[in-house]
Design a protein around this ligand. Structure first.
Ligand SMILES: *Cc1c(COP(=O)(O)O)cnc(C)c1O
Length: 513
């Protein structure tokens, strides 16, 4: 394994440290009776029989919690945290996901007492600060997108898509006809066709042209009075700006159809161009991608939906508004609204983080961020395109998509290269997506990375390309440096075991599923 020892990974190797291996037993298994991680002062009030207080609700058998000392617990959780990969450990080039760094100032602000402990049932008079956060974020996002109105309610990108297509449906219905289908390009994120279908539309697939963009002539052929909308990702999922977007909007609008923009890739556009100016009628943003709020592990997301005036009446209730005296309030009086799409007002902590990020950067900082994200992707492209196949030569924006065409000659596929990358201390890129590129390697470095980190990544990718020629077995069995290596991915996805289950205490008791 000389290659691994030469790599960046050595310093952070988790596999070879012996005390970690010895201590791998889970806290439940290490439990021994009587151990405690706390010490309470002597009881100075009369002792009460718990069943007198709790009656039937008192638990009848032991909860089977592990009994451990404080340091055993600390080590258990700290050790678990080192089995994972995080943006705080190194580059996370997961294309389409914009895994950028979350600046600590965002976390600091979101934890301020008045913000973190605000209650959604607080009266409006005591919530003016929280409403101001929402209103300021709203204004910033409208300025960034060039749209007229926005809801902050949706809790993820896919949820934003759902909300956006509901707005489109409500708009068409208000004109007497919901229409029948939504056009989705073949390069789209899987959530796009799913959204259209969930909203009751038939999905019409549109094949990409030779540059990976929208085939404008083919589009003109299929748009008709049954078309509710086209869902367009711009820049597209292969990181290419759709330079015919004005024309695309015109074709749709001429038939009364609308342009939905999947704005998950706004990291390539912020401060440079605005979807509202290039013809989009409605779009979602992923605060947890572009605006640097934590992302991944199913954590709280936020997918605000911005739209043009024509769709504003249909936005979910409530929306933040300002009354005649200049006070902010939540407006529920919206007779044409599609209704609520989430409890309360959205993931408020994400609003705070996104606003902190936007205000800390300012307009120039955001523009610089976009430029750096595009520069970093193009730097990687230039440093790797001699070794990895570049299926689309169109200029890249914030991400670059290679294919494994040259490496498959030695039986090495994109998933193998991604697993080998783990040995070099990087999170894998996005594997086998978009589907229009067979064997895709989709790489998005984001603006967070320094030249030094990018160079380490380039070295790793170049080394792996060499290994694919000289010793493909090494890649096919990777990763070699992690606690577990190749997993049965189908079983892991279909029958995940998400927590440790204690053995049944006796024959009658069973563990939860
Ligand atoms: C991430 C992403 C989505 C979905 O966003 P979630 O927050 O994961 O639901 C939709 N479209 C594109 C292009 C994306 O990259």
């Amino acid at each position: 394994m000389s290659t691994v020892t030469e790599s960046k990974f050595v310093g952070t190797s988790r596999k070879v440290t012996p005390h970690i291996t010895q201590n791998e037993a889970l806290s439940f298994e290490k439990s021994s009776p009587g151990k405690k991680a706390y010490k309470l002062p002597p009881l100075d009030v009369p002792e009460v029989d718990p069943s007198a207080l709790l009656g039937d609700t008192l638990r009848s058998h032991n909860a089977q919690l592990p009994e451990l000392s404080e340091i055993e617990i600390i080590r258990h959780f700290t050790r678990l945290s080192t089995w994972n990969y995080a943006i705080d450990l190194g580059m996370y080039p997961l294309g389409s996901c914009t895994m950028k760094y979350n600046p600590r100032v965002n976390e600091f602000v979101s934890r301020l007492e008045g913000i973190a402990e605000a209650h959604p049932y607080q009266p409006e008079s005591l919530s003016q600060g929280a409403l101001q956060v929402m209103d300021t974020l709203r204004q910033c996002l409208l300025e960034i997108t060039g749209m007229d109105a926005i809801t902050l309610q949706p809790a993820a990108g896919a949820h934003g898509e759902f909300t956006g297509i509901l707005l489109i449906r409500a708009y068409h219905e208000s004109r007497g006809n919901a229409r029948k289908h939504v056009i989705v390009p073949d390069s789209a994120h899987g959530t796009n066709p799913a959204t259209a279908a969930v909203c009751g539309y038939e999905v019409v697939n549109l094949k990409s042209n030779a540059d990976g963009g929208i085939d404008v002539e083919a589009l003109a052929q299929i748009v008709n009075e049954d078309t509710a909308a086209l869902m367009l990702t711009n820049p597209s999922t292969i990181g290419v700006f759709e330079n015919q977007v004005h024309k695309i909007a015109e074709i749709l609008h001429a038939k009364g159809a609308l342009l939905y923009m999947d704005g998950a890739n706004m990291n390539a556009l912020v401060g440079k161009t605005r979807p509202g100016d290039f013809g989009a009628d409605v779009m979602h943003l992923n605060l947890h991608k572009t605006f640097s709020t934590p992302h991944g592990g199913g954590g709280p997301g936020s997918g605000p939906v911005a739209c043009k005036k024509i769709l504003e009446p249909f936005l979910p209730t409530p929306v933040v508004a300002r009354n005649a005296e200049g006070r902010l309030y939540l407006d529920y009086n919206r007779p044409q609204s599609v209704g609520r799409v989430r409890m309360f007002y959205g993931n408020f902590g994400m609003f705070v983080r996104a606003l902190a990020y936007i205000l800390a950067n300012g307009p120039d900082g955001l523009r610089q961020t976009t430029e750096d994200a595009v520069l970093n992707a193009n730097y990687l492209r230039a440093k790797l395109e001699d070794l990895y196949e570049l299926p689309y030569k169109t200029p890249s924006m914030h991400e670059v998509v290679f294919s494994d065409k040259r490496q498959t000659r030695n039986g090495v596929k994109t998933g193998d290269i991604a697993k080998r990358l783990i040995d070099y201390g990087f999170h894998p890129y996005t594997v086998s997506f978009p589907l229009i590129v067979p064997g895709a390697l989709m790489i998005e470095p984001t603006e967070s990375e320094s030249r030094e980190e990018l160079d380490l990544f380039v070295d790793a990718m170049r080394q792996i390309a060499r290994e694919a020629d000289e010793n493909p077995e090494l890649i096919l069995n990777a990763p070699h440096s992690t606690r577990v290596s190749r997993l049965d991915e189908t079983t892991a996805a279909r029958k995940p075991i998400l927590r440790w289950r204690p053995p049944a205490p006796d024959a009658t008791a069973t563990t939860e599923p």
